[in-house]
Design a protein. Sequence first.
Length: 128
Amino acid sequence: MRRKRYTESMAGIVFLRTAKLGQVRAFYTERIGMSVWLEQPDIAILRHGNLLIGFHGQASADLDGLITFFYETREEVDAMYERVRDIASTEPRENSKYRIYNFFAVDPEGRKLEFQHFLHPVPPITDA
């Protein structure tokens, strides 16, 4: 029988090009609280819970899309708002259509970020 090499279920990595690898790595680890999962030449793969994002140093950056961080409580969203208030583009609020509590911000290269809490039960993230 093959031994599992990782403690959590395997998933995937979203890779984004960045023209400011050092600045982006520092932003996501110091301001957002992500941890470094793996580093390779010109690449920093960062982790937030089950989310893995790989930033690959390139001449230009991928700026489309939205990176969403979700939290178990509204209070955690509010705490993140206080932490990144200077780059927030909205204040935290309830969104009745999606039944979430959220706010938006931008990273140093202009990528859109969302910080949210689901106002309804969600299924656990497992392979079962």
